[in-house]
Structures are given as C-alpha cells and as structure tokens.
Ligand binder design. Structure first.
Ligand code: SF4
Length: 491
C-alpha cells in the first residue's frame, strides 16, 4: 500500500463523507492571470485538496504548473506564479475521483494539437470515458494518464471538424455523464456544462475580464462580479472580441446535483440562484418538522452540519450550542503514527465541549451518513462527555447509492443505508433515535413544492438510485455506435 493510499484510507475513516469532486477556474484578458487563478482555486479548495494545476498562455507559448498538495502550499510562492506569465489562464483543484492520485492525473491536461495548444480542466465524471478510451486505444491513441479528462482531449484532437469550436462540440457531444469544463487555446477560453447541468459553473467579470468558476465564492475572493450561471448544455467562447454563447446539445430537463446544496458547495456560494447557507438552514427546519424530538440542546457536527443545526434549532425552539469543537488544522492526509491509535482518528478532528453537553438530551445534526464510522465515534464521544440522551438528525435522505458524477464515494455495499433500515442504523451508531430528511423535504428546502417523481428536477441518484444519464462504463457499451469517431472509422 502506498503512503497516498494509506493516507486516503485513514482520511476516509476519520472523515466519513462523500468527497467533493473538483474545482475549476479560468480568467481571460488580465495581466496577472495566474495569480488571480491561484486565488480563485484557493476559494475552491473545499472541492479538492489533493492536487492543483494552472496553465497560462503568454501570447507566444503555454506554461504548465501542476503540483500535489494544497494551493496554499504549492502555488503561493512567487517563483511558481512567475513561471506562469500571460493574460489568460485556467486552473483546477482536484480530489481524485477518476483515475486515482498521482501527478500524471493532475489537471489541467495540456496537449499540442495540430492547430495549437489546448488545455482542459474538468469538474465531473465522464461515465463512458473508459469505453471511449478503449476504442481510441484500438485505433492507436496513447494515453499518458488514467483520467477521463484526457479522453476529452483526444476526442478534440481526433475530430474531423475544421475549427476548434466545432472540434470541441464534436468531442463533448460524445460524452456521457457530468462535465463542467474550462478549456484554453492560444486565442480562446471555452467553458461548457453537460446538458443536464449536473455540476455548477458560473460566469463572472473582473473589470472587463471574463471569469469561469465552479462557485461564486471564487468570484468573491477577488472582488469579481457574478454575471450568471452557465445554463445546462451551454458552451461559452471567450476571445479578445468578447463572449459568445452556443447550445450544442438537444435541450433536456436540467438535473443539477442536489447534494451540492447539502454538502459540496461552500455555504457562502449562490448556486443556481439559491444561497447555499439559506438552503441548509431550510433543510434543518424541514428536518425538525419531519423528525421532532424532546431535547435540551441542538449540537451540529461541525462544520458541515452547522447551518442545518441552526435551522433545526430555530424551527424546534431548542437552544443551539457548539457542543462539538472541530480542529481546523488536521490535514486530509494526516497519517496517524500507528495502528494502535487509529481508533482515535475522529478525536483528531472533533472534541466534545463537555459543559454544553453534560446531563443534557442532545440532538446531533449532521449532513449525511455514509459508512457510519464517524457517526458512531461522534455519538460515543458525546455520550462519554455525559449526554443523557443522544438523538441524531441527518440533513439529507439515507445515502443508498454511489455517485458516478465526479464525487468520491464508497461502493454501494459500504454505504450503511444500502444494507440497513433506519432502526438498524440507529442501533449501529448507538443513538436513542435517528431521523433523516425525506426526499420531498429536501426538495421543499431547495424551493420546490415536491419531487416530480416521473421527471425529477435534480439529480438525487445517491438517495433515489435513479441515475439521470447512461452509465455506459458500468452498464455496458451497446451505445458506442453513436460515437462519431467510430462512425468515420477513427481516421
Ligand atoms: S448521485 Fe448524488 S452526489 Fe452524485 S450528482 Fe447525483 S445527487 Fe449529486
């Protein structure tokens, strides 16, 4: 087992969440482009902490920097920024979803094509990437990574279309799954979202320079103006002449990831017209209505459970207290010194604030339960601190299925809710009662009257097990005949 794998396992054990996917950021037409991208990526660090990369273009040549580690550890050195000159740049921060860890999978990916350089940064996951990759390999393509983003680069390179816009469109029309992409050529910055708009991507403006970013918090950090969300299926092309928008896909009903509101997006971001913090408070209020409990204090599992706990407390009229304190200085890759103290993992991150808990009936509010390992340890910690009763309330429905759209999730069999009833889960994590938000309650919290079951308004597959796209790499590849590369023999 490599150190990276061991660290990831330990991290997963100590932090039992679905893990954020990736963050992308690009700016066109500003002299200090790479420095701005660094700041944007810093604001998007919650979307991926394993590695980051920036590609810039100086009017003459492209420059590429890719490093393993946090933005603050790798890109703030002036020497690194100095190696990224130019007035346009794109960047990416990643948590390894597809392709595993390692520098060869760090984005943006860059290649010199026949008509010039092309860099691509991707948030999401292509659910037919392996199938396409195998086809291209049979036709002689050589891949230098295991990332699905490299597949997109190949599709653009091999397209028979004449200009880069058409080649790009030809490539993305062959993709399935979730993709919010930012690309850079010598003359253009391109952004696009998959036709369902599963992952976010916003357009901003900084003194006349166009910006593409995963979330609005990345605009706030540099004082940029939020212009709008890119629409599902929209592709924007930014050049020195301005911005152009095209819609290369058949129009479909959007299916934005509802889990972005529960956990992934930063609470100070506004996503698809909804402030994430507001939604999380409404989630907490719905949770209190659906799962009332007699208790003395509402305690969030910090930080992600905090806004929902505030909403729960306000709705239920039960005082809110910070009964658990989080240590913010535990890195994701903290490697504990030996097996004998591995069980202490959760205490590295959380500690009970005994005075707020002792002798009380406590409602613990967390965003989700994945494997249940962290919940079990936190509940024990709260009991050890003297709680009289512990009632757990979860700000999302039971997580029953894996995500294939750019989120690091355990396989289905490891998800507690896929193999236990709510009562069995309550026994497993040893709480006096356990309650989850219903799927309709979650839809109400995001402002919908109810889930439209025939044609849902969001992707909620990890709760409902209904996936909004084909999963060709998993289900089989009977639709690969639609690939244009195959249709024209891959020549
Ligand atoms: S499966 Fe869940 S986490 Fe994945 S995109 Fe859908 S709602 Fe989001």
């Amino acid at each position: 087992m490599t150190d990276a794998t061991a660290a990831k396992m330990l991290s997963a054990e100590a932090d039992d969440h679905f893990h954020d996917e990736c963050g992308v950021f690009g700016i066109y037409g500003r002299q200090d482009a790479a420095a701005i991208v660094t700041l944007g990526l810093h604001a998007l660090q919650h979307r991926g902490q394993e590695a980051a990369g920036i590609v810039s273009y100086d009017g003459n040549q492209f420059h590429v920097e890719r490093h393993v580690g946090l933005i603050g550890d790798t890109f703030t050195k002036q020497s690194v920024i100095d190696r990224l000159p130019g007035n346009r740049a794109i960047g990416h921060t990643r948590y390894a979803t597809t392709g595993g860890a390692g520098l060869r999978n760090v984005q943006p990916f860059f290649a010199e094509l026949a008509e010039g350089g092309l860099a691509i940064a991707h948030n999401g996951n292509i659910t037919n990437a392996l199938t396409v990759q195998r086809l291209l390999q049979k036709q002689g393509a050589i891949f230098s990574s295991t990332s699905d983003t490299e597949t997109i680069l190949h599709l653009v390179a091999l397209s028979k279309e004449r200009d880069i816009n058409s080649r790009f469109i030809d490539a993305i029309r062959q993709l399935e799954g979730a993709f919010s992409l930012v690309a850079l050529t010598s003359k253009k910055m391109i952004g696009c979202r998959d036709p369902l708009g599963i992952r976010p991507l916003v357009l901003g403006d900084l003194d006349g320079s166009w910006i593409l970013a995963s979330e609005t918090c990345a605009l706030d950090i540099i004082g940029a103006r939020f212009v709008r969300d890119l629409k599902p299926g929209e592709m924007v092309i930014v050049t020195s002449k301005g911005i152009e928008s095209v819609f290369p896909f058949e129009v479909q009903k959007p299916r934005f990831c509802i889990f972005e509101y529960v956990y992934f997006a930063r609470p100070d971001s506004t996503v698809e017209g909804r402030n994430v913090y507001d939604v999380r408070k409404r989630i907490g209020a719905e949770l209190a209505v659906e799962n009332p409990v007699d208790a003395d204090v509402v305690v969030p599992v910090p930080d992600s459970g905090t806004p929902a706990a505030i909403g729960f407390s306000q709705q239920a009229g039960i005082p809110f207290e910070l009964g658990i304190i989080r240590n913010h200085y535990v890195g994701r890759t903290f490697i504990q010194p030996g097996d004998s103290i591995r069980h202490m993992g959760v205490k590295l991150k959380h500690n009970a604030n005994r005075r707020m808990i002792e002798g009380k009936r406590v409602v613990l509010v967390d965003d989700s339960i994945v494997r249940g390992t962290t919940s079990q340890k936190i509940v024990q910690m709260v009991r050890d601190a003297g709680a009289g009763e512990v009632h757990m309330r979860i700000a999302s429905p039971p997580t029953r299925s894996s995500c294939f759209y750019g989120v690091d999730t355990p396989e289905k069999a490891k998800l507690l809710a896929s193999r236990m009833s709510v009562d069995e889960m309550a026994d497993f994590i040893r709480v006096d009662s356990l309650g989850f938000l219903s799927l309709d309650g979650l839809y109400r919290a995001v402002g919908e009257a109810a889930r439209e079951n025939e044609s849902p308004q969001f992707c909620d597959a990890c709760f409902s097990t209904e996936y909004p796209t084909r999963l060709t790499d998993i289900e089989g590849s009977d639709n690969v005949r639609t690939l244009s590369l195959l249709a024209n023999g891959g020549q």
